[in-house]
Design a protein around this ligand. Structure first.
Ligand SMILES: [Mn+2]
Length: 417
């Protein structure tokens, strides 16, 4: 019996997205999440006494700021060396050879594939042939799989490759290849990396993306970890996910239409989070919270965003070890005041409606002041806020929010709020 762990996309020491000052007590946990998940991988490998570990690229997130990240990796590798566990790895787009200016000597149990050409590694006493090739450049657009060496007879053949395969949403195309290209090499197992969501592309032979070790933003929800493979002779008998993340990302939508005030809304949020907290076990849960439904306090929720966020954060703290990454208020007004509700108010609402209904007004809003303001924002902030492109729908959303804020100030705000 032989057992190995297949991991990829560790992105060691990369910060989790959406971190802000308001992370408060959670900041340290969130900042250190990828490092702690890596340590969990090492601990698991030792505890399970696996024969070797494969890292299929993007071990690092990019060039190190200092040597601390590289030293953390060496520390993990040294622990595996003492446990007689071998490590075989390729570099991916994030840690391509030309991306990294700093170097550290790795312990002898660690082998990194060269980037010049696909080649085969074999080790004494291990009936396994590893075939692989690292990324030399960040942008590797060739189909690297085509040049992988033929399988070795009488051995378990494993291909290690960082690749977008046939293409996956939200992932740049690197070293693209088809499932057929991989099957045609005649290997027993393809240890892929790059795609952050776990996926088994094929079972005969096994072609596996283990997903990343630790989710890094709200698009990487659910359990994360590595894949444990069991081999009997030359036959793979089990391929199982192993959960190793220390922070779990989730999206949670809460219908707050039955909540007449912030207090009851907090209670609804706390209840809604209970299931996610349970699923996350003893990990920190990072949540994108979306409030939905026709809410009697819709205008208040938008008009006093600070109170809304703080109330949700308070509810989250009561639910467990939960950090709210963002609160999205997607509620609607159950009784929107009409244009005829009162003279002055009616005129204001008519003016607001006209802003969107009239093409000239829409045009002028888009040209200024919105577009120049948005141009000043970095693209990633615009994307995070859903403002990457200033479409008609986006403009309608901004105007609806502006309307709610104005009406909240005029109609609902108590003195001095
Ligand atoms: Mn990656």
């Amino acid at each position: 019996m032989l057992r190995f762990l297949h991991a990829a996309d560790i992105h060691l020491d990369s910060p989790l997205a959406g971190l802000a000052a308001r992370a408060g007590d959670h900041a340290t946990t969130l900042v250190g999440a990828t490092r702690r998940a890596f340590e969990a991988l090492i601990a698991y490998a030792i505890e399970q006494t696996v024969d070797f570990v494969i890292i299929a690229g993007d071990l690092y997130d990019g060039d190190w700021r200092d040597f601390a990240t590289g030293l953390a990796f060496v520390a993990g590798m040294a622990r595996l060396e003492r446990a007689n566990i071998r490590v075989v790895m390729v570099r991916g787009n994030h840690d391509a050879e030309n991306q990294m200016t700093r170097r550290l000597t790795l312990p002898p149990n660690v082998s990194v594939f060269e980037s010049r050409k696909a080649h085969t590694l074999v080790f004494e006493g291990l009936p396994v042939a590893f075939h692989g090739r690292s990324f030399g450049n960040r942008r590797e657009i060739e189909n690297l799989a085509l040049d992988y060496p033929p399988p070795r007879a009488g051995m378990l053949n494993i291909g290690v490759l960082h690749s977008s395969a046939t293409g996956r949403p939200h992932h740049d195309t690197y070293a693209p290849c088809s499932v057929e290209d991989l099957v045609a090499r005649g290997y027993d197992y393809w240890a892929l990396g790059h795609v952050h969501k776990r996926e088994v592309l094929c079972r005969e032979p096994w072609i596996v993306f283990p997903g990343n070790l630790q989710g890094r933003d709200v698009n990487e929800t659910g359990a994360k970890g590595a894949t444990l493979v069991t081999v009997d002779g030359q036959r793979i008998v089990a391929v199982e996910p192993v959960v190793l993340d220390v922070v779990r990302w989730a999206r949670c939508a809460v219908d707050v239409s039955a909540c007449p005030d912030l207090e009851s809304l907090g209670e609804a949020v706390r209840t809604a989070l209970a299931g996610e907290v349970e699923a996350a076990g003893d990990r920190t849960l990072a949540v994108r919270l979306t409030l939905t439904g026709a809410s009697p306090i819709h205008r208040r929720l938008i008009g006093d965003a600070d109170s809304t966020e703080a109330e949700c954060a308070a509810a989250a703290l009561r639910a467990g070890d939960v950090w709210i990454e963002r609160v999205v208020v997607a509620t609607t007004d159950p009784e929107p005041p009409g244009p005829a509700s009162s003279d002055a108010l009616g005129a204001l609402i008519q003016a607001l409606d006209a802003l969107h209904a009239t093409p000239e007004h829409r045009e002028s809003l888009l040209k200024s002041p919105l577009a120049p303001l948005l141009d000043k924002l970095p693209l990633e902030i615009r994307q995070a806020a859903g403002l990457a492109e200033l479409t008609d729908g986006v403009l309608a959303g901004i105007l609806a929010d502006a309307r709610a804020i104005l009406l909240d100030r005029l109609l609902d705000a108590p003195e001095g709020r």
